[in-house]
Write a protein that binds this ligand. Structure first.
Ligand code: SF4
Length: 317
């Protein structure tokens, strides 16, 4: 696990700061009190930083969903330019901070990542837009994991986002600590089973990439790898894929197990497959055997410990 704190951007109202148009906030307790123990938050309120003040007239997106304008609802003032100007400056600063992720406020015309209401001049909304700041952020930093706070109440989405954040952080460390071809290969090796839990196809493509490293200079290899690596992690991990990974790992020490122990472990994996237990149950038993039999190759696998166990993310998937 990476020692230095993770640095993530966040829509400032989610931290409990009273920056919303009505002078209120949208404090999210999981983010502040639980995940926050591992994170150095970089708060951003695009509307306040654009000089719009608090409280302020409520706003909405209007016009073409691909290029909407940000208008106040009652008086129709156009704040698009102010938001765009703030965004250009802030994105430059955020680039220097090397964020490992960003949590945005859902539904906001500035911060929502997707399905934000965009109104026609006649007032009919479609849920096809993105907040002006969030859209620009995602375009500027396409590999950095982003999520909306509303989606983080869904256990698999939460687990996936936090897993991607820690993976991205390890990838940043790879880039910052001097990339060599050997280090890219090692990075690929320790992520094998994590990748397989998402997409065997991506795992194989990444394997081909690192198998012919002479085609690229080390930094270019790392960039090609990182692009595909982060895409792989957005492919949904399923119970079936986890079962496949667990069975592969079992193959490394099954000869050490007696008939009864083997049957017990297969039973625990079967229970998980049928939805009777969460992923943490077979994994705990497997980790026990990995340490007991000192299976070095598996012990190094990120799959076993992708994020701090105190977050208990695998107790719910
Ligand atoms: S959603 Fe974004 S713009 Fe709105 S109050 Fe929160 S941080 Fe500020």
């Amino acid at each position: 696990m990476t020692a230095a704190p993770l640095r993530l951007g966040i829509s400032r109202c989610l931290l409990g700061d009273e920056v919303r148009f009505d002078g209120g906030h949208k404090r999210d307790n999981f983010l502040t009190d639980v995940f926050g123990r591992y994170v150095e938050w970089v708060p951003v309120c695009p509307e306040v930083e654009a000089g719009l003040g608090t409280p302020r007239e409520a706003m909405r997106l209007v016009g073409d969903p691909a290029h909407p304008r940000l208008l106040t609802i009652k008086s129709g003032q156009d704040h698009t330019r102010a938001l765009e100007k703030m965004t250009v400056n802030r994105l430059e600063e955020l680039g220097d901070l090397h964020l490992s992720g960003f949590v945005f406020k859902r539904g906001s015309p500035s911060c929502g990542v997707e399905r934000v209401r965009v109104y026609t001049e006649q007032g009919m909304p479609s849920r096809s837009g993105a907040g002006l700041f969030a859209r620009a952020y995602v375009e500027q930093f396409p590999l950095i994991p982003v999520e909306e706070e509303g989606r983080l109440s869904d256990a698999p989405l939460r687990e996936n986002f936090i897993e991607r954040v820690f993976c991205y952080r390890r990838y940043q460390d790879l880039l910052e600590n001097g990339v060599t071809r050997q280090r890219v290969v090692e990075f690929h090796t320790i992520h094998k089973y994590l990748l397989m839990a998402h997409s065997i196809q991506h795992y194989q493509l990444l394997g081909r990439l690192v198998a012919q490293p002479e085609r690229y200079r080390p930094k270019e290899l790392a960039h090609q790898y990182g692009d595909l690596f982060m895409k792989a992690l957005t492919v949904k991990a399923t119970v079936r894929k986890h079962v496949n990974v667990l069975q592969h790992i079992l193959g490394y020490f099954k000869d050490h197990l007696g008939t009864q122990e083997k049957a017990e472990l297969l039973g625990v994996i079967g229970d998980y497959h049928q939805g009777l237990t969460p992923l943490i149950v077979p994994l705990t038993l497997i980790k026990h055997y990995v340490h007991l039999f000192d299976v070095g190759y598996i012990r190094e696998q990120v799959y076993l410990n992708p994020h701090p166990k105190e977050l208990m993310l695998r107790n719910h998937v």
